[in-house]
Design a protein around this ligand. Structure first.
Ligand code: FES
Ligand code: FE2
Length: 391
């Protein structure tokens, strides 16, 4: 029996957040026509962030990436979840996730991503196999009762759903596969379990994780922020919010009525075999609460993992995936370069606005703002936050 990670309880001082909790409670039960944003202070308050870290990021399921990032035995990537340094590894037994904090004096045993036969801590060379079991520790022969081979890095609970790798630091939360059972048929249409990595991108966002999610999940801002890049082909007013499910929400972003398919398809990519006809004329934007944002294009998908670092800093790790047939094209390298340029151009438009928006949440005059029907996903995220923090 492997030892599951023992999660520390980090609790915010009750008096620092009590007025925010009261504000959250006041909006419980409102319908979408009466919806408004969360209080602006919830986007920069350190005490509120600690509460979110404890009740959301240390208690619920979090997506950390896709199995296509760990194809071969020894492939690994590191990831930090609200201060918890973790390591995802493919061993001969499949994918596992564990703490990467050395059992000696806490140095993380790996950084970044790559392929390894074993992990050697860069501080004093203690070594671990791909399962996290200690292989050896130099000059420890005089340490009484120390048996290196009996020690293992704490293992983290994980599940794989349609190729997405989820972890949780909770030993009690129910299965994420069950929660998402009404979403997986949609992901299957895009061949989600069998995708290839086109590229990965990291952004440091100088704003709160909720701002990143909200902006991704609505097209209401297209006419202003993406006037030259997206609005012509994907007019914000044509977008609609779908019904979603218990753990996820969806925004539909259709191509303009007379738009050509060349406006939505990427040259050099082959559309997914499950996405044909009218389905090719729409991009879908999904949020799996809390930290996973997915863009579903007819020929590529993006999976973004939001990693909150502090109330006003979020690491945004994105992996863009295509079908294995697209990845096998001779021109795939050039296709990736074009996709990266396009993705960075659109992201930079959002990042600029969101950084300015974050700073303005500190204004004495900032209040909760009313929401359009085109941004019901913002309300759905607020409902998720309420459900976790008020339980
Ligand atoms: S901290 Fe890892 S070997 Fe010392
Ligand atoms: Fe945007």
């Amino acid at each position: 029996m492997t030892q599951l990670l023992n999660v520390k309880d980090i609790t915010a001082p009750a008096d620092a957040v009590s007025h925010l909790i009261e504000a959250l409670r006041a909006d419980v039960g409102k319908d979408a026509q009466h919806s408004q944003t969360l209080p602006p202070e919830t986007y920069h308050s350190t005490a509120f962030f600690k509460l979110e870290a404890n009740k959301i990021f240390r208690s619920d399921w979090l997506c950390i990436g896709h199995v296509a990032q760990l194809v071969n035995v020894g492939d690994y990537f590191s990831i930090d979840i609200v201060g918890e340094p973790l390591l995802a590894v493919r061993s001969t037994e499949g994918i596992r996730v564990m703490s990467r904090v050395c059992l000696h004096r806490w140095m993380p045993i790996a950084e970044g991503s790559g392929n390894a036969k074993a992990f050697v801590c860069p501080f004093h060379n203690w070594s671990y196999n791909l399962q996290g079991q200690m292989l050896g520790a130099p000059s420890m022969d005089q340490a009484q009762g120390f048996v290196a081979k009996e020690l293992q890095l704490p293992q983290v609970r994980s599940e794989i759903v349609a190729g997405l790798i989820f972890i949780t630091l909770s030993n009690s939360v129910g299965s994420i596969a069950e929660r998402l059972s009404d979403l997986t048929p949609l992901l299957d249409k895009y061949g989600f379990s069998d995708l290839s990595v086109a590229f990965t991108t990291d952004y440091d966002c100088d704003f709160n994780w909720k701002i990143a999610a909200e902006t991704f999940m609505e097209c209401y801002h297209h006419p202003a922020v993406h006037r030259a890049s997206l609005e012509t082909s994907f007019p914000g007013r044509l977008s609609s919010i779908g019904d979603g499910g218990v753990g996820w929400s969806v925004c539909n972003q259709p191509l303009r009525a007379k738009g050509e398919l060349t406006e939505i398809l990427t040259p050099g990519l082959i559309p997914f075999s499950g996405i044909q006809g009218a389905d090719q004329r729409e991009v879908k934007l999904l949020q799996i609460f809390p930290n996973c944002l997915i863009g579903l294009d007819p020929d590529r998908v993006s999976v973004t993992t939001l990693l909150p670092v502090s109330p006003e800093l979020t690491v945004w790790h994105r992996v863009v995936l295509v079908s294995p047939q697209s990845a096998a094209q001779d021109t795939f390298g050039e296709t990736v370069t074009r996709m990266q340029a396009r993705g960075n151009a659109i992201a930079s438009e959002d990042l600029k606005v969101n950084g300015i928006q974050q700073r303005a949440t500190h204004s004495t005059f900032a209040r909760p703002g009313r929401l359009s029907h085109l941004e019901r996903t913002v309300w759905e995220l607020a409902n998720y936050v309420r459900s976790r923090l008020l339980e």
